[in-house]
Design a protein around this ligand. Structure first.
Ligand code: FE
Length: 221
C-alpha cells in the first residue's frame, strides 16, 4: 500500500500549467482527504510512530462502541432527574466523568440546556472539536467549511436545512467549541413522555439533538 506522494505534483515536460498546482502551490499530498490520511498513516507507520492496529481500535471505539449513545444516556437522566440536570449544567465534566464518560476530546465539557426561550447549537468554527466520549466521532457535515461558517452567520437557515423550525421568539445561541471546551446540548424533553423509563427516554435522543441541529424524536415516532 505504498503511495507515491510525488505523483500529485509531477508533470510531464511540455504539459500546460496544472491548474490544481496553481491553486495549491504547497500541496505535496493527494487532494482526496482519504488518500491523504492513508498517505500519512503509511508514513507514520513506516517510521514506527503509530501502530495501525491501535488506530483501528480507537476508531472502532468511537465509531461503533461509543457513538452517541453515551450522550443520550446523560440527556435521558437529566430529563428524568431535575437534581441531575442541575448538577449537569453546573459542572458537566465532573458529572459525566462520574458516569464513566471521559477520555480523548472529553476533558472539559459544558452542558447547555434548551428552553422555550433559548435553543443551543454547537459548532467548531476553527476545526472540528467535539465531545467524543459522549457523541462518538463527529459527522462529516460538522467538519465541513459550510457548516462551520454558516452556523455562526445564519444559524436559523442552517436549522431550516436540517428540518428544524423554531418559534420566532426562541433565541438561537451558538457555542463555538475549542480544544479547551466542548459542548453538549440538552434538548427539551418531548411532550407525552411522562412516566417513561430512562432507557426509553434515551431512545428518543438523537445525535443531532445533542449538537443542536435536530430535535429529539417524539414518543412513538
Ligand atoms: Fe476544533
Amino acid at each position: 500500500m505504498a503511495l507515491d506522494l510525488g505523483s500529485a505534483s509531477r508533470k510531464p515536460d511540455g504539459m500546460p500549467h496544472d491548474h490544481h498546482d496553481h491553486d495549491h502551490p504547497h500541496s505535496h499530498l493527494p487532494p482526496d482527504p482519504a488518500l491523504r490520511v492513508k498517505a500519512l498513516e503509511t508514513i507514520l507507520t513506516r517510521k514506527g510512530l503509530i501502530d495501525p492496529a491501535a488506530l483501528d481500535e480507537i476508531i472502532d471505539i468511537y465509531q461503533n462502541r461509543i457513538g452517541p449513545k453515551n450522550g443520550a444516556q446523560v440527556v435521558a437522566r437529566a430529563w428524568a432527574d431535575p437534581g441531575f440536570m442541575h448538577a449537569l449544567t453546573e459542572d458537566a465534566t465532573a458529572v459525566i466523568a462520574e458516569m464513566g464518560f471521559y477520555g480523548r476530546q472529553g476533558e472539559h465539557i459544558t452542558a447547555v440546556a434548551n428552553t422555550d426561550d433559548t435553543h443551543n447549537m454547537v459548532v467548531c468554527t476553527l476545526c472540528s472539536c467535539y465531545p467524543w466520549p459522549l457523541l462518538g466521532i463527529p459527522p462529516g457535515w460538522y467538519k465541513s467549511d459550510a457548516y462551520r461558517a454558516r452556523a455562526v452567520r445564519e444559524p436559523r437557515k442552517v436549522l431550516a436545512d436540517f428540518g428544524v423550525s423554531l418559534p420566532e421568539d426562541t433565541a438561537v445561541r451558538v457555542w463555538d467549541s475549542t480544544a479547551e471546551m466542548r459542548y453538549l446540548v440538552i434538548p427539551q424533553r418531548p411532550a407525552g413522555t411522562e412516566g417513561m423509563s430512562e432507557e426509553d427516554l434515551a431512545a428518543l435522543v438523537t445525535r443531532d439533538s445533542m449538537i443542536g441541529t435536530g430535535l429529539p424524536r417524539e414518543p412513538g415516532q
